[in-house]
Design a protein around this ligand. Structure first.
Ligand SMILES: Nc1ncnc2c1ncn2[C@@H]1O[C@H](COP(=O)(O)OP(=O)(O)O)[C@@H](O)[C@H]1O
Ligand SMILES: [Mg+2]
Length: 445
């Protein structure tokens, strides 16, 4: 993409309405525009990151054996009357009447609808296990939408639902979700800690939330200082191997890590004092096992090997896809702007032309631009006629992890400058070497 042809409406001033850094930077970097309280348009740069996050979520779900589908945003109220949640859900549910006076709602979640899909087609244990998921917009009429995409009213969520014959099978599905979530967040360059949580309106007693540590997080968290060092790393996981998957879950959940809702001072105080950490966190996902709560009320049953009919064992598992942009920025920024991890950056590298209109500088930039594309990379070339300082400020604000700076003085010595956004360090090298270096860095992503 050439910046002269792109749509990147960056703001010079700090928007007054933004209380936290991620919201401020998303507005300033031209990523989102608020259209109503808690409802946003995703401008091109924000949309690009959203799509990259979605892609990672999809890949890791499919790797775990889960199957994508797509359910609508609008749902008939009758399904929710069956489960009893139409009355329970309260003011957070946006209720709508269609022209025939039928009660509809904008889905805040999809347990009822997925259970309806399941019961329409599945009747035998032979069709289990089954985990279906989608990435779809949700609406919750939050009392206090705030912090930009972090607590929106309309937001994008990955929600998945497992259907199993036995509780053991359902707990394996729960564990599979935990491990696939750990991998998902790690690929984005985030540390998200599974913490024992309280279940809330979904019901059930087995649940973990995934929290990204950040001062601006809405939840108070208590954890062992050793927990943030736990990493999945490069290990390969056989998601069908119950013991292997369960062992990873144990590794990540044995040390103390809880939100304020389940915090237990007596247990916490058993860890050495210097390891007792109290902080704040952003909830970027949650997994639940809830057994037969919906299958019983909605009649989702299967015939067992010995001919009995039983309600299926279920769980539901969510990732806050749009919230992740906020969490990523809270965890990756400095006073100049965003610092995207390579796994989610909107463009892989920025090219800054220091003397637009100078024949040889323009030609060198074009050659680098084409060479990067030849490696399958997506560069953003600042080809506008503007001061170097202004171009650097834009690149720093939008947070591309790498920048190649090209000017007549360097070219006279056959070098360009390669700058790392995170460290601020620059290195001079030939244009070819810079392109090769960038290509190498992104091989792993
Ligand atoms: N209002 C919201 N705005 C943005 N993301 C949200 C919002 N509510 C929930 N999420 C995200 O969706 C994930 C799954 O939602 P869930 O756990 O059902 O919601 P909650 O934690 O509000 O009960 C959460 O972990 C969070 O990351
Ligand atoms: Mg939750």
């Amino acid at each position: 993409m050439r910046l002269s042809r792109y749509f990147l409406p960056v703001l010079k001033e700090n928007p007054a309405e933004a209380q936290i850094v991620s919201h401020r930077l998303m507005l300033r970097a031209g990523m989102i525009k608020q259209q109503a309280a808690g409802i946003y348009s995703w401008l091109p740069l924000g949309y690009k990151v959203l799509k990259r996050i979605e892609q990672i979520v999809h890949e890791e779900q499919v790797r775990a054996g889960h199957i994508p589908l797509l359910m609508p945003t609008l749902q008939p109220a009758d399904l929710w009357r069956e489960s009893g949640r139409y009355d329970d859900y309260g003011q957070e549910m946006l209720r709508i009447k269609d022209r025939h006076e039928r009660d509809m709602l904008y889905g805040p979640t999809n347990e009822e609808m997925i259970t309806d899909i399941f019961r329409s087609y599945v009747s035998s244990y032979k069709q289990l296990p089954l985990t279906l998921y989608h990435i779809q917009w949700k609406f919750r009429d939050e009392v206090r939408p705030r912090f930009g995409v972090m607590r929106g009213r309309e937001f994008l969520m990955k929600d998945g639902y497992n259907f199993d014959l036995t509780k053991e099978d359902a707990l394996h599905a729960y564990n599979r979700h935990m491990v696939s979530y750990l991998r998902t967040y790690e690929r984005m360059g985030l540390t998200a800690i599974p913490m024992r949580a309280a279940s809330g309106p979904i019901g059930g007693d087995n649940t973990h939330e995934f929290l990204v540590l950040a001062q601006t997080g809405e939840s108070e968290v208590f954890y062992d200082a050793k927990v943030p060092d736990l990493k999945l790393g490069e290990r390969t996981v056989d998601y069908d191997n119950r013991d292997e998957v369960a062992a990873i879950c144990e590794e990540f959940t044995t040390l103390y890590a809880r939100t304020d809702e389940t915090h237990d001072e007596a247990v916490f105080n058993q860890i050495p004092e210097e390891r007792r950490m109290v902080g704040r966190g952003i909830e970027v996902g949650q997994i639940f096992y809830f057994g037969t709560k919906y299958s019983e009320s909605m009649g989702a049953t299967v015939v067992t090997p010995d001919g009995n009919r039983v309600p299926v064992e279920m769980g539901s598992h969510g990732i806050g896809v749009s919230r992740l942009l906020g969490a990523l920025i809270e965890a990756n920024h400095d006073e100049k702007g965003i610092i995207w991890p390579e796994g989610v950056t909107p463009f892989h590298v920025g090219i800054v032309n220091l003397k637009q209109g100078d024949t040889s500088t323009d030609a060198a930039c074009e050659a680098i631009y084409k060479a990067l594309q030849g490696h399958g990379l997506d560069p953003l070339y600042d080809d506008r006629e503007d001061r170097a300082g202004a171009k650097f400020a834009t690149m720093d604000l939008i947070g591309l992890p790498w920048r190649i700076t090209v000017g007549p003085r360097g070219l006279a010595n056959n070098v360009v400058e390669l700058t790392c956004r995170r460290t601020g360090e620059s290195e001079e090298m030939s244009a070819t070497a810079a392109v090769e270096r960038i290509a190498k860095i992104y091989e792993a992503h």
